[in-house]
Design a protein around this ligand. Structure first.
Ligand SMILES: Nc1ncnc2c1ncn2[C@@H]1O[C@H](COP(=O)(O)OP(=O)(O)OP(=O)(O)O)[C@@H](O)[C@H]1O
Length: 286
């Protein structure tokens, strides 16, 4: 269980990126959803002890994160949104180096652990290649492998599927689900479908504030029976959530407490609808 109480963060230019964040997150897969600039990366960096909040408290498994950053780092795996510069080292050597920093010192344990992570992330065949020569997708998989070093109990992943092709994305999903039993995996992504498929619990964040943090069924409950789909826009008869295309034809989804017009069909509410509902309420939807 991760507990966050009254966390605030203002950057030196005055941007108030986190505003009184309060969260209780259970073990398992947890999704963090919000539009660009909502504060997701700031929250993740703060939880990963990369930057400090201005105020507030965070505890994981009973350990105070701010008072014991070293103890938390031993339990933590972090995949940042951007790794920045990659050193001119082979994938295996870099993982060995990082394993030592994570406290995995025993040579045979280390070798087995790294071999299994290379296999899980489909990097065994390029283990001796320099990471700086990796493609975008290979770098992302390397990032995932390093985040899982030392079997962390809190895994924080900022956009883990960015740059992965569909097969690798499926592979990562299987991997995350298979390891999530005894961990808290906090996942931030713009792909709402991924969060809907993988996570039991979702935190919606916007403008640095938590909109709601709940199991998915509770999040979408307010939309049930009030969600409609049509090939025509709702006009004044509903709140337009989303216009998308199927085989080039437009499809509108909207919220209305009554049937908005004769050919609108009732639709089953999804997490994506709830996400667009929050944006539409604020007048920021597409
Ligand atoms: N180092 C920084 N200095 C000043 N402002 C920053 C800094 N980092 C982030 N911000 C600002 O803080 C706010 C939250 O940014 P953050 O990167 O946490 O959002 P995000 O939800 O991760 O966005 P995205 O989905 O686009 O990655 C934004 O207004 C951003 O411009």
């Amino acid at each position: 269980m991760l507990s966050v109480k009254h966390v605030n963060k203002t950057y030196s230019d005055g941007t108030h990126a986190l505003r009184d964040i309060n969260l209780e997150l259970p073990n398992g897969m947890v999704g963090l959803l919000g539009p660009n600039g909502a504060g997701k990366s700031t929250l993740m960096r703060t939880l990963a002890c990369i930057q400090s909040p201005d105020s507030g408290e965070m505890t994981f498994a009973g350990i105070n994160v701010l008072d014991n950053p070293m103890a938390i780092r031993k339990q933590l795996g972090y995949l940042p949104q951007d790794f920045g510069v990659y050193p001119y080292m082979s994938c295996r050597s870099l993982l060995k180096h990082m394993a030592v920093l994570k406290g995995v010192n025993d040579k045979s344990v280390q070798r087995q652990h790294i071999d299994s992570l290379l296999e899980l992330t489909n990097l065994s065949h390029v283990a001796d290649k320099h990471v700086s020569t990796f493609s975008g997708g290979m770098r992302q998989r390397f990032g995932i492998a390093q985040a899982l070093l030392g079997d962390p109990k809190l895994v924080i992943m900022d956009e883990p599927t960015a740059g992965l092709d569909p097969a690798e994305r499926d592979r990562l999903h299987n991997l995350l689900v298979s390891i999530s039993q005894d961990k808290l995996i906090l996942l931030s992504t713009h792909i709402v479908e991924d969060v809907e498929n993988l996570c039991q619990h979702v935190t919606l964040i916007n403008s640095g504030q938590v909109v709601e943090s709940n199991p998915i069924d509770k999040l979408i409950a307010p939309l049930c029976k009030n969600l409609w789909q049509s090939d025509k826009p709702p006009g004044d008869h509903g709140l337009l959530l989303n216009k998308s295309y199927h085989h080039g034809k437009p499809s509108f989804r909207f919220f209305s407490e009554q049937s908005p017009h004769f050919d609108a069909q009732p639709a089953e509410a999804t997490l994506q609808d709830r996400y667009f509902f929050e944006l539409a309420k604020q007048g920021t939807s597409a």
